[in-house]
Design a protein around this ligand. Structure first.
Ligand code: PHE
Length: 546
């Protein structure tokens, strides 16, 4: 559904002058940054285990359905929102509807929380990268990880016993993150991704190729890809697929909105979204292959079937299972360094995207410069992160906070985003025409219908998760612990979303005029919601674009 017969004219100079936002240097930089956010721990350690647990090869069906019905449509929505309304998440949602600012703060609060513990995982990977040189973790990987390295307490609790071996790399990761943010969007974030993403592809490809030559690789791949079609009738499998797509594409975190807002007004919006979505899934598949080829080797070494192995996902996959394999293979040092090096790179590029989302919001709200934003988010976060995760109880906290913010918070974030933009502000047609006006391919009614249908599924997912957390709790954590750190996290996120909109905007953003204008998009003026209202007073602008 192309809207304008010919492209609208360039934005007027007066708009360009007021538009002092930072910019990516170009489309490729934006794509690399968005891929950098999407490709992260979710691809390397979450996807392979999820696929294996949820039907193996058959999981590809719900996964693809989720990609096509939720991943791509919602990524387009976020890119459209960010690009049209050109702001951090709170500013963007405020421009969408004056009562929707809190939706943006919801996203920002989640990013703030995630930043606190994502750094901890990167710090562990960084340590393990170094340990790979002499394979110190290889003798007794489980004992090494929980004992020698984390000094994890026996029972769940909150201690302030710091573990220097974790604290120091964690501080280092924070310094790197703050420096990148300090250098700005094109000077820091973009450079990191322009270097990091190609490097990641190279290191990870070498790793996968090596893995494929391991004894037992075929058994591993068989285990991953053998389809169990009965899984398809299990709703949990479908929920897992949608959950994976959201996490993996960084959807509903405000990240993609923020990143798209740094694009130039006159940009192709739709095609890059597809590149990001398919690029991310390609990497995910590559990671699945690499991880399971490696796991097949382990099974053969131990003379068991892959289905008898445990610890195939998350923290234990990376920090226990992989070290076990690495210790048993020839040239494990190199393999270990490649694996943990890849985790660090994939992690840092994702980390920076969540922190930039917070920094950008503070800059917009309080009128701070990128450097002030970098310090305002970086310093307090670093302190909280070191106190929470640099101690002997860090792993418990990480697991709990992740469960609540990521599983519950994000689904709510998606519902709020769709609710604010499509239901409250009824911006569906405007966004679909915006996406179509200046892009190589257009979206239409089907896109909006799909998003609305998916939102019903999201509501189901939210209620399902909420009920299960209330009724069954989570893992073996005591109720007081979940109340304090799990529900406490949700209370914090809710409080931020409610309180921040009440604060005054220290920066005057002036009157905002989206471009192309509503008239150029053949839409009635703002506020006129009659379906048959006449298009705006001016005739749509034709041609003449430079
Ligand atoms: N998409 C990242 C991953 O796959 C995780 C992430 C979520 C990063 C949200 C940034 C924001 O690991």
């Amino acid at each position: 559904m192309a809207v304008a017969g010919s492209p609208p004219t360039q934005p007027g100079p007066e708009l360009g002058a007021k538009d002092k936002r930072e910019h990516w240097s170009g489309q490729t930089a934006f794509i690399l940054a968005a891929v950098g956010s999407a490709v992260g721990l979710g691809n390397i350690w979450r996807f392979p285990g999820e696929a294996y647990d949820n039907g193996g090869g058959a999981f590809m069906i719900p996964y693809l359905v989720a990609l096509l019905t939720a991943g791509i449509p919602i990524l387009l929505l976020e890119h459209g929102i960010g690009h049209r309304f050109r702001g951090s998440a709170p500013l963007t949602f405020r421009r969408i509807h004056r009562r929707a600012e809190g939706v943006g703060w919801w996203h920002v609060a989640i990013c703030f929380v995630i930043g606190l513990y994502y750094t901890a995982i990167i710090a562990w990977a960084l340590s393990y990268f170094v340990f790979s040189f002499d394979l110190s973790y290889a003798d007794d990987p489980s004992g090494y990880f929980y004992g020698d390295f984390l000094h994890l307490t026996e029972s769940v609790g909150f201690s302030l016993d710091f573990v220097p071996g974790v604290l120091i790399p964690l501080a280092l990761v924070w310094i790197v993150a703050i420096v990148v943010l300090w250098l700005g969007v094109s000077g820091g974030v973009e450079k990191l991704n322009v270097i990091g993403i190609p490097l990641l592809v190279v290191t990870f490809t070498i790793l996968v190729v090596r893995a494929l030559f391991l004894d037992g690789a075929a058994e591993g791949l068989d285990a991953l890809f053998t389809p169990d079609f009965s899984a398809l009738s299990n709703p949990d499998v479908w929920i897992a697929a949608y959950g994976q797509i959201f996490f993996s594409l960084s959807l509903a975190y405000g990240v993609m909105v923020t990143y798209a807002s740094y694009r130039r007004r006159r940009s192709n919006v739709t095609s890059p979204a597809l590149v990001v979505a398919f690029g991310n899934s390609a990497f995910e598949l590559l990671a699945g292959i690499g991880v399971f080829a490696t796991i097949g080797f382990l099974a053969v070494q131990q003379g068991v079937g892959v289905n008898e192995l445990t610890n195939l996902t998350g923290v234990s996959l990376s920090f226990i299972t992989f070290p076990t394999v690495i210790g048993q293979m020839p040239g494990g040092e190199v393999f270990g360094a490649l694996f943990f090096g890849s985790l660090v790179i994939a992690g840092v590029t994702s980390l920076v995207s969540v922190l930039q989302t917070v920094s950008s919001a503070l800059q917009d709200k309080f009128g701070w410069t990128p450097r002030q934003g970098a310090l305002a988010v970086g310093l307090p976060s670093a302190v909280l992160s070191l106190v929470g995760f640099g101690t002997t109880t860090g792993l418990y906290l990480l697991d709990t906070v992740d469960q609540f913010s990521n599983q519950l918070g994000i689904v709510m974030g998606a519902i709020l985003m769709i609710g604010a933009s499509l239901w409250l502000a009824r911006r569906g047609p405007e966004l679909s025409r915006h996406l179509s006006a200046i892009s190589t391919f257009a979206v239409g009614k089907v896109w909006l219908v799909v998003i609305n249908v998916v939102s019903l599924l999201l509501i189901y997912m939210f209620v399902d998760k909420l009920v299960s957390l209330i009724v069954d709790g989570y893992g073996t954590y005591p109720a007081w612990y979940l109340a304090l750190f799990g529900w406490g996290t949700m209370a914090f996120i809710t409080a931020v979303a409610l309180a921040m909109p009440a604060l005054r905007w220290a920066k005057d953003h002036g009157e905002f005029h989206p471009w192309p204008t509503r008239a150029q998009l053949h839409l009635p003026p703002e506020g006129d919601r009659r379906p048959d209202a006449p298009a705006g007073p001016q005739a749509p602008v034709q041609g003449g674009a430079a």
